[in-house]
Design a protein around this ligand. Sequence first.
Ligand code: SF4
Length: 661
Amino acid sequence: MSIKRYLTKSRFKLATECPTKLFYTGKCNYANQNLDDSFLLALADGGFQVGDLAKCYFPGGHDIKTLDYDEALSETNRLLQLDNVTIYEAAIATEKLFIRADILVKNGNRLNLYEVKAKSFDPMEENPFANRNGTIKSGWKSYLYDVAFQKYVINQALPQYEVSAHLMMADKTATCPTDGLNQKFRLVKDHDGRKSVSISETLTEADLTPPILCKVNVDSECEKIYAGTDDASGQSLSFSQMVDLFADHYASDTKIPSPISTNCSNCEFYTIGSEEEAGLRSGRKECWREILGWNDEDFKCPTVLDVWSFRKKAKMIEAGVIKMSDLSMEDVDPKPDKKPGISASERQWLQIERYQHDDNSIWLDRANLKGEMSSWIFPLHFIDFETTMVAIPFNAGRRPYEGIAFQFSHHIIHEDGTVEHAGEYLNTEHGVFPNYDFVRALKAQLGNDNGSIFRYSYHENTFLNMIYRQLQAECREIADREELCGFIRSITQAVKDSEEQWTGERNMVDMWEIVKRYYYDPATNGSNSIKQVLPAILNSSPFLQEKYSKPIYGSPQGIRSMNFKDWRWVTINDGKVVDPYKILPKMFQDVSDKDLRILSDDDELKDGGAALTAYARIQFEEMSDYERDEIRKALLKYCELDTMAMVMIYEGWRDLLQQDR
Ligand code: SF4
């Protein structure tokens, strides 16, 4: 197989994020925290389905399957000898540049390039890509630079053609013409275990008419990019100079140094845990050593990038203030915001101050937390949803990328302190749109009393609002539509952009907000994610340690559980409570530990990456009943822990407040 150091579209994309990344990419001695298995990513965002559906809208194309650069190039060249031809994965190259175009259509001397993106688009929107001043919106830049790069390579390699560039995306305004379309695109494994997409033979013209993907011409956006008018910052290099710079450095394997910036916090080239001892290098540390002259000691200090939700990060870095120890009160300017508890800036300063004084004690706004807790009505209900967006709808009449709520868990705390896993819901049935049943099940479980309901972050509220809109717009007869809508209104508040505004009489309490206003534990390192708060509170609460180090969870005399038996949530290792999520069985047996960790990694706004990937795998991947059952069991356990985590945080707070008596 021919291997040449070409600048490809994925390498170009990487370089536009940060040119230094080109030096680290593809080298096995540098740690890379992106998913290794690209199919997992494609499954999670529907990418594999959109890519293959797009090809169906260009029937009769030639698919260039070989991964060998030279073979793919000669096959493409051979096909381009035809007057009219459609090529999938067409290979085009110059001396240093190489692309595989998703779809290339040749009509005489005209080439139409279609880059397929797993993203939804509103074709009715005026100037969808442009800011008021004509520059390109930041959210579209990476997509448009990608297609501009491909058009540039085609123009360089095949100057005899007139080239038009298009993005092909899910049309937000389109509705699916038939039932079951999404089950016609499935991931299958061949006998070597290699995955590929299989399109059902039952796919018909009716499934494809009208299309649910739209083609958007982006020639004028490409011109802006080539002319350098896409950005107001006044880039020093033209597009072609930038491409040359990237291509030359990649070909010669030399590093393009970049200034330290807020981008570094999202950089994938860093090591975690014992990766350095295992011989892996950290690209991020290398950059910081070279640019800032840092040594091993310096890396022990948290930086401005670690300050929670800190908007002045870029400004601080520009001013040369990198370490958290160098931040002053003036830099943060903490100010109250007239609401109970602390404001965001006060919380940032609290995090910095605790670090600077080496103070690991917990901060608690006892009066306000006590007041808040005394307003809660028993029994207390703790709920958590697992959701996803499916690119191709399940049913006729539904839109691409509509939200799907496929799972919830529900714990109750009674007034006498008794805890129980009171209920759950999981629907992974192939091709079944679960949302209305999901709300029915939720209503059946929450509708028997008037107790307070708790969520962690706004996700549950947003999703119930979305299902409310789906119910309102549903053309099919739903006998209990009004009841379900009334129930949703009673436990939510309307989202800001909703025409109809309401605040339900039993509006859910957001524990995430309570954490942010009333509680700070330095062990969370400034993160308010439930996956950071849970281990922190378990480590600080002797009450929780005493209670949950016994095998009471799921035991006959202990706490009722639907998925655990005689389970201990607290196990101690090296004097610290082990994160309860780490003692659960693996979600997938056939995925590397690294990819599993990345899928499960939780940022502040919990997105349940592992759960939605599990759902997509069950829906669209060929697997045995045994494999499917194992994934379902794991999903049930993980979701149960999500609501049990809320219970333990509640119990931890109650314990902390009682210590104050
Ligand atoms: S650490 Fe920063 S400068 Fe280095 S490659 Fe990553 S983003 Fe670029």
